[in-house]
Design a protein around this ligand. Structure first.
Ligand code: ZN
Length: 218
């Protein structure tokens, strides 16, 4: 007997597919056993593909020579994709890479470097989806529409998320690791109302890119 379920993302259509929480493209093969899938409709499942692609390259950029999961994602997934497996990836990435001038303290032009510019809206959409997924994972229910989702990104300033009263919340948080450091998150949920939650996320062990998601009933 199969039970028809609603899509965890839109909450209205019937789920006809399974969606990975977190995006499977973040991981090297084989996918980690604790990477969960959630019931979704095809439309929602595909809606963020391009955003998730940008998000992955953004996360992995700069990590290729920092640690093993970062190195593997570049060499085993992103580089082959760029070489032709996914021809649409190249223009997508090119659209948000720009050349920046490197200026010395005295103002002299030292050269040019490539900088990845991330559209804040892309981060917003990907993290909002993750917020819904984490809630579904905790409760088996769809995040109610009147719950506010706040996302934040500490670009090179992780201490911003670790000051009081946040350090109290992180102490009681549950830590989850997927794919040996591909995704690490700390999550704290209010016992009597799981719509109130705070989650910190780190990808490829990159402490300089720390993300935070707060949900609360507005
Ligand atoms: Zn849907």
């Amino acid at each position: 007997m199969s039970i028809s379920k609603k899509c965890y993302l839109c909450g209205s259509k019937l789920a006809d597919t399974r969606d990975h929480l977190f995006p499977s493209s973040l991981f090297n093969k084989p996918l980690p056993a604790n990477l969960r899938t959630l019931p979704a409709c095809t439309e929602c499942n595909n809606a963020l593909s391009s955003d998730e692609e940008k998000f992955r390259v953004f996360l992995a950029s700069g990590m290729a020579y920092e640690n093993e999961p970062g190195f593997r994602i570049w060499n085993e997934r992103i580089r082959p994709d760029l070489k032709g497996r996914r021809p649409l990836l190249k223009p997508t990435i090119r659209s948000y890479i720009r050349k920046a001038r490197v200026i010395s303290e005295s103002g002299a032009l030292l050269g040019r470097t490539l900088v990845l510019e991330m559209d804040g809206e892309v981060i917003n959409r990907v993290l909002r989806k993750i917020a819904k997924g984490l809630y579904y994972l905790d409760t088996g229910a769809i995040l109610p529409e009147n719950v506010q989702i706040l996302v934040d990104y500490a670009n090179g300033k992780p201490e911003r998320f670790l000051s009081p009263p946040l350090d109290e919340a992180i102490k009681g948080a549950k830590r989850v690791d997927l794919g040996n450091g591909v995704v690490t998150y700390w999550r704290n949920t209010m016992k009597d109302d799981p719509t109130n939650s705070i989650t910190w996320l780190m990808f490829y062990k990159d402490k300089d890119k720390l993300f935070m998601i707060c949900t609360y009933r507005g």
